[in-house]
Design a binder for this molecule. Structure first.
Ligand code: GDP
Length: 203
């Protein structure tokens, strides 16, 4: 799939105000600075659709974009920013919990992980929460250009092993992307395209 049309629809803090149109929806989430805005812009072949934030942890909004007039891409706020206040963290948790619990048309979340980093508790816990709540997700390992191929393989293998050691019998689908080199994005879009087709064929 190629993204030929992308438009911003709405930003809000209230899941009740999310678009009502019954289109398939995919939510992108990860720690601040993981490369989420860059990836969304690369997926959509746009420079500034998602705003790369200079103040991580400040914008706690659910951002809806309509892609190819056919599905929603949702940019969720980044989590795990150390300097965020307790009140902010709580507001974030409520926002995210409500979003995932209420949004019926969500087909899959994409959890973004910086490929360079060791598995972090906050990401593992978040994915565990998704699993416990039966919310399908895939992992996107970002910033692949920062490592040589062997180191990439090693880190991914280590990450999935860590997940298996914890609660996961089966690890989720995963992708490896670089917004700098624009690699891996086609695979993500093909995956979304497949899921969109399944969604359309579901009575
Ligand atoms: P967000 O906070 O998750 O939305 O992250 P951003 O997209 O704003 O990116 C955070 C920083 O990582 C910025 O300095 C980006 O230029 C950089 N970055 C994002 N994606 C990549 C990538 O694929 N490769 C490299 N080398 N840097 C990246």
């Amino acid at each position: 799939m190629r993204v030929t049309h992308s438009e911003f629809v709405i930003s809000n803090t209230d899941v009740a105000k999310c678009p009502k149109e019954p289109l398939a929806e995919y939510a992108f989430i990860g720690r601040s600075n993981v490369g989420k805005s860059s990836l969304i812009n690369t997926l959509c072949a746009r420079k500034n659709l998602a705003k790369t934030s200079g103040r991580p942890g400040k914008t706690q909004l659910i951002n809806h974009f309509k892609i190819n007039k056919n599905w929603f891409l949702v940019d969720l706020p980044g989590y795990g920013y150390a300097k965020t206040s307790k009140t902010n963290k709580k507001a974030f948790q409520q926002l995210i919990t409500r979003y995932f619990e209420k949004r019926q048309q969500l087909i899959s979340a994409f959890v973004l992980i910086d490929i360079r980093h060791q598995p972090q508790r906050v990401d593992l816990d978040f994915m565990e929460w998704l699993g416990t709540n039966y919310i399908p997700f895939a992992i996107i390992f970002t910033k692949a250009d920062k490592l040589k191929p062997l180191a990439r393989e090693r880190n991914i293998k280590h990450y999935l092993e860590k997940m298996r050691e914890e609660i996961w019998e089966e690890t989720p689908p995963y992708f490896t992307t670089s917004s700098l080199h624009k690699t891996g994005v086609e695979e993500v879009l093909t995956y979304i395209d497949q899921l969109n087709k399944e969604f359309k064929n579901t009575p």
